[in-house]
Ligand binder design. Structure first.
Ligand SMILES: NC(=O)C1=CN([C@@H]2O[C@H](COP(=O)(O)OP(=O)(O)OC[C@H]3O[C@@H](n4cnc5c(N)ncnc54)[C@H](OP(=O)(O)O)[C@@H]3O)[C@@H](O)[C@H]2O)C=CC1
Ligand SMILES: O=C(O)CCC(=O)C(=O)O
Ligand SMILES: [Mg+2]
Length: 417
């Protein structure tokens, strides 16, 4: 297909094989969205760091051909004022299979729906994978931050993020309330007038495909446990069903059996012969468990909203959302992105931590199989933090640290590769 506002650079195309593995040329075209707000501060730094790591690892044999695609405020300038997520941006991510994005703004209470969520829905990026680990020297409120080493698998296509909701007082909200009362016998809506309504779809298929990916990750990476996090005591048929379907999938597809009489289960990792425990925790208890006993949690599989909350809470334990990376994955397309948002008060100030999108790019390189370049990024980030040359978010919590701008932090990472 031809593109109207996207310029395709010279380069090859990453292709996805039938078994979902990738064939990656030495000069792949990689689409990226710069992002709103602090996107302008962190995305160019990320590109510089990635280019330097690839150059150092492969001495010019490999290079990414970056291709800018548009979403958010920049799309409204490039296309027209009502185009926030052009079709050709979606098409580019589908065609080139691996991409990365900066954060995009979502207004609260009205206005456009989340473009981040729309991208995930349109491309069916049903896994939000967010690894959370501590880098030596990073300031943390925990006594033993090294105990935090978890990988969140957040369901990314369902739950209340589906955006099925109606404003209080609208004819639609009133119609739904009438239907619930008159036809479903619901008498538990406390105030029927001026009452907003939201719908929370959670399906067996959506749950099982997410839990399958989480369990497979645990197998492939020799992890000890997968914890299903839910609020199934209250939301029995959505969050409770997520837990039940999760255990069922573990039994059906991974041969899990009750552990110590259940309800927890376990199965033997076929690659290592070690046991993997599948357990569940109610979401509110999980938020205190990850503070008090983080060593007991490993891979976490959860619903969309829980995963959003847990991502930021866990990030805070290991330095904050300035250093929390992530990936949105379908079986065919992968878009990497920081956990944080557009932090508008810092936009354009060259101040914020680019670590989150740099480490998202590190995940992207690993996904592409460019492990040497990925390792160099980790080495660079490790080195810059160990030298206490950091951005404001770390500097304000570290003794004797040197305050760097976003772009200077990028240079510091490169210098330590
Ligand atoms: N995937 C996405 O694109 C996401 C988009 N958003 C959107 O972003 C907008 C702003 O959301 P908001 O709730 O303020 O959340 P943000 O994540 O944008 O910012 C909240 C706070 O987190 C800290 N922070 C964020 N990023 C960094 C960074 N790179 N380095 C250092 N500190 C950082 C800052 O804290 P402090 O001031 O204490 O230093 C900042 O004030 C909203 O429109 C929201 O919808 C939100 C999350 C994800
Ligand atoms: O889409 C948004 O604006 C927020 C999304 C978010 O918080 C997240 O994905 O972690
Ligand atoms: Mg979030």
């Amino acid at each position: 297909m031809g593109y109207s506002n996207i310029t395709i650079p010279d380069g090859g195309k990453i292709t996805v094989n039938d078994d979902n593995s990738l064939s990656v040329p030495d000069n792949p075209v990689v689409p990226y969205i710069e992002g709103d707000g602090i996107g302008i501060d962190v995305s160019p730094v990320m590109i510089k760091v990635v280019d330097a790591a690839i150059e150092k690892a492969y001495s010019g044999q490999r290079k990414i051909a970056w291709m800018e695609v548009y979403a958010g405020e920049k799309a409204t300038a490039v296309y027209d004022q009502d185009t926030w997520l052009p079709d050709e941006t979606l098409q580019a991510f589908k065609e080139f299979a691996v991409g990365i994005k900066g954060p995009l703004t979502t207004p609260v209470g009205g206005g456009i729906r989340s473009l981040n969520v729309a991208l995930r829905q349109e491309l069916d990026l049903y896994v939000c994978q967010r690894p959370v680990r501590w880098f030596e020297g990073v300031p943390s409120p925990l006594i033993n931050p090294g105990d935090v080493d978890m990988v969140i698998y957040r369901e990314n296509s369902e739950d209340i993020y589906a955006g099925v909701e109606w404003r209080a007082g609208s004819p639609e909200a009133e119609k739904v309330i009438r239907f619930l009362k008159d036809e479903m016998g619901v008498d538990k809506i406390r105030f029927e007038t001026m009452c907003g309504i939201g719908i929370k779809p959670v399906s067996e298929e959506g749950t099982k495909r997410l839990v399958r990916r989480a369990l497979q990750y645990a197998v492939d990476n020799d992890r000890e446990s997968v914890t299903l996090v839910h609020k199934g005591n209250i939301m029995k048929y959505t969050e409770g069903a997520f837990k039940d379907w999760g255990y069922e999938l573990a039994r059906q597809e991974f041969g899990a059996e009750p552990f110590n009489g259940g309800p927890w289960m376990s199965f033997k990792n076929p690659l290592t012969d070690r046991q993997i425990i599948v357990k569940d925790v109610i979401a509110d208890a999980m938020l205190q468990q990850i503070l008090l006993r983080p060593a007991e949690y490993d891979v976490v599989a959860t619903l969309n909203l829980n995963g959003d909350y847990i991502s930021d809470a866990l990030a805070a334990e290991v330095g904050g959302i300035g250093i929390a990376p992530g990936a949105n994955l379908s079986d065919k397309v992968a878009i990497f992105e920081a956990t944080h948002g557009t932090a508008p008060k810092y936009a354009g100030k060259d101040m914020v931590n680019p670590g989150s999108i740099i480490l998202s790019a590190e995940m992207m390189l690993r996904h592409m199989g460019w492990l040497e370049a990925a390792d160099l990024i980790i080495k660079g980030v490790d080195g810059a933090i160990a030298a206490k040359t950091v951005t404001y978010d770390f500097e304000r919590l570290m003794e004797g640290a040197t305050l760097l701008s976003s772009s200077e932090f990028g240079e510091a990472v490169i210098s330590k590769m």
